[in-house]
Design a protein around this ligand. Sequence first.
Ligand code: GTP
Ligand code: MG
Length: 361
Amino acid sequence: QVLFHLGEMVTATQSVTDEVLELLGSEMNYQVQVVSPEEEDRELLDSFKISYGEDAGDETDLQARPPVVTVMGHVDHGKTRLLDTIRKTTVHEGEAGGITQHIGAYQVASELEGVERLITFIDTPGHEAFTAMRARGAQATDIAVIVVAADDGVMPQTVEAINHAQAANVPIVVAVNKIDKEGANPQKIRQQLTEYGLVAEEYGGDTMFVDISAKQGVNIDGLLEAILLTADAALDLRANPDMEAQGVAIEAHLDRGRGPVATVLVQRGTLRVGDSIVAGDAYGRVRRMVDEFNEDITEATPSRPVQVIGFTSVPGAGDTFLVVEEDRTARQIAERRSARTRAAQNAQKRKRISLEDLDAA
Ligand code: GTP
Ligand code: MG
């Protein structure tokens, strides 16, 4: 009734905006506080005196960390092939078997000005993963590599990928791929992309364009170098390794032998075997960690992706994770989160039922 008087034509089963809700509250002398799921979660963590997303300690505790890179681009422009080629061409000497398994992310070493540096690639191409993580408030990516096939040119998903990266304020490196193909025109790509604010360095802009062939392994070194140069020029990539680990789950599944297995990216702190961990509404104790070479590791520092075994259920891709001091705390946080999810689902269900009732009447 009040809303009708205010000119809002709604029934009891409809959703209203936050503003309308606040207006309704003030009309009826109630104080309405609108809390987003993110704020609610922050409050939950606050109640355990945990802060997520910030490096603890002082400026002096921060140490350089490798850039985390996501590969995006139009269908068939060569994202998967590029990630495979990078994996194959950068395998460290001595690791004869090479990267033995897909864990959703991997780290490679590349040299810049005589210094060996690491780069982390998130091996789930496509902006779904990127968007899923952003939606959960976890910016996992530092740099976006936009792959454009030189024989095909800028396509709708190229533009979409650029929009995602720009919205997230993530610097872009353009990989002009398939230069081995007949009809490839790398200069045309540079021209086309000026329209989207990406001006090549050779044209006076500040975006690095690298011509490559993922298929033939041409100029992969050049691409890695461009990534490191872009990181150094545009970003201050540092994190405190001396705190309880926090980061994001990139991929997770149920393994028949090992139970729930999650690939997580450590963003700050150091993750260790034995840590109590909570990711979304999943929790557990880190029983084992393995890297992309399927080797056991006991510690993972910032920007390191690692497979974690020991969760009691499967976390969601894009869920943030954090380490807490006690098992009990991890369990309580997870349980509070799943209770909240269930409540939201029930509310949704109730709404659907009442709408159906309405239709039937
Ligand atoms: P989606 O995952 O479907 O979006 O595609 P994608 O971007 O991952 O492309 P993918 O790596 O699957 O490559 C598509 C096709 O292009 C495959 O047949 C590749 O072998 C081929 N391809 C990729 N890179 C190159 C290249 O540098 N040169 C040539 N000639 N072919 C390439
Ligand atoms: Mg692919």
